[in-house]
Design a protein around this ligand. Structure first.
Ligand code: ADP
Ligand code: ASP
Ligand code: MG
Length: 411
């Protein structure tokens, strides 16, 4: 008998029929003798629809109230799933974030989990009850409801798997695992049998929403064993684990695309020590995550500084950029929402040269212009035009031979 955490994403519980199917799968796991803790997302597009509703009644909804609103979505699916399981004659109970004891900080809409109290879950499991937990939410020490950022049910699942020392954390979604690229963009993308925490963390941070990036940080830190698989089939998916030796032979594991990027440029910035520090301190003071930064070579004592931010943060970024431009006596502030970021990721890049050249050649062949570049040990990212993004991802996928069977790792 093992303790298994299963997380079902929004598309897996989109309607009553799918909820009944999920219930059957959960019941089957329980009947096989395992203890089961299930984490659910809100039904289908519920979270997006709730955000739309908020936008219709307020230009700038307070984040506390957004959390009150968004957390309702997961409560619906958890209760419905508990009922569906109950109708199989099995004991099941739904619990929301506060009832479970998922304690977070006060950062509404992006809260971080600080502690998980699993006593109540253990008590229920020991009586043979299946526990259904609402994903994506928690509570501050002063009883305020918080949410964990988009895709946050993955984080709930990983945090519970860690706190319960689960044997495996299964992430059920609408694709059969982690692919070499988003299968909706690249039809010949291949499912990876395994991928390392580091690679999945990079892919997720760079736009592969199959796993939430923050959930991967936690999975990596505590080495939580993950299995990403489809709720629509019985096939084995992708195991996410620590680096295995064979992985080192693979240079590039995947290509990812981030469409929600925007570029801000502060023109004619005086080229003096301390100016960049001032600009980026002001930006971080308002909690904006800056991604790439490029500063042009200065020939006249002035330079242009460009950086990218998530598109949702553009308004806030422009406001602070204009303020700091005036402060440091720079020129105008320009912005561009028509950009996207394509990246190639792979552990094997650590010990290989020529990957960047190959990436740039593949983009050049498609006449894709590169606007900004950033590299780390295991990834290279380029900012390009958004309308060329899908073509670029396909070209990179081909250039690195990711569609070919047999080039990947064997375990
Ligand atoms: P869920 O609702 O189950 O949490 P998500 O929509 O958050 O599902 O994530 C699954 C989606 O992630 C897939 O439908 C797929 O389009 C997308 N995706 C992006 N990159 C990848 C990738 N490399 N491998 C698999 N899926 C990916
Ligand atoms: N329902 C939330 C969202 O859509 C959390 C999740 O699905 O993981 O972002
Ligand atoms: Mg998701």
């Amino acid at each position: 008998m093992a303790l298994i955490v299963q997380k079902y994403g929004g598309s897996s519980v989109a309607d009553p029929e799918r909820i009944r199917r999920v219930a059957q799968r959960v019941v089957k796991t329980r009947k096989a003798g395992h203890q089961v803790v299930v984490v659910v997302s809100a039904l289908g597009d519920t979270t997006d629809n709730l955000l739309d509703l908020a936008a219709q009644v307020s230009k700038n909804p307070p984040e506390r109230e957004l959390d009150m609103l968004l957390s309702t979505g997961e409560q619906v699916s958890a209760a419905l799933l508990a009922m569906a399981i109950g109708s199989h004659g099995m004991k099941a109970i739904s619990l929301n974030g506060p009832q479970v004891g998922i304690v977070t900080d006060r950062a509404h809409t992006q809260a971080r989990i600080q502690a998980v109290n699993v006593d109540r879950i253990h008590r229920a499991l020991s009586k043979g009850t299946i526990v259904i937990v609402t994903g994506f939410q928690g509570m501050t020490p002063d009883q305020e409801i918080t949410t964990l950022g988009r895709g946050g049910s993955d984080l709930t699942a990983v945090a519970l798997a860690k706190a319960l020392s689960a044997k495996i954390c299964e992430i059920y979604t609408d694709v059969e695992g982690v692919y070499t690229a988003d299968p909706r963009i690249v039809p010949n993308a291949r499912k990876l049998p395994t991928i390392s925490y580091d690679e999945m963390l990079e892919l997720a941070s760079l736009g592969a929403q199959v796993m939430q990036a923050r959930s991967m940080e936690m999975a990596k830190k505590y080495e939580v064993p993950l299995h990403v698989r489809s709720s629509f089939s019985r096939r084995t998916g992708t195991i996410i684990s620590k680096e295995v030796k064979a992985m080192e032979e693979v240079v590039v594991s995947g290509v990812s695309l981030q469409k929600d990027e925007a570029k801000v440029t502060i023109c004619d910035v005086p080229d003096r020590p301390g100016i960049a520090a001032t600009i980026f301190t002001r930006i971080s003071d308002v909690n904006i995550n800056v991604d790439m930064i490029v500063q042009n070579i200065s020939r006249t004592g002035f330079t242009d500084v460009s950086f990218t931010v998530g598109r949702l943060q553009l308004g806030k970024a422009l406001k602070v950029a204009r303020r700091v431009a005036a402060e440091v006596k720079a020129g105008r502030v320009a912005h561009d929402e028509g950009v996207a970021k394509v990246s190639v990721v792979g552990l094997g890049m650590r010990s290989r040269s020529g990957i960047a050249a190959k990436m740039f050649q593949a983009l050049a062949k498609e006449s894709v212009n590169i606007d900004m570049i950033s590299t780390s040990e295991i990834k290279i990212s380029c900012i390009i035009r958004k309308d060329q993004a899908a073509r670029a991802v396909k070209a990179l996928h081909d250039a690195f031979g990711l569609d070919k069977l047999g080039v990947r790792r064997k375990r």
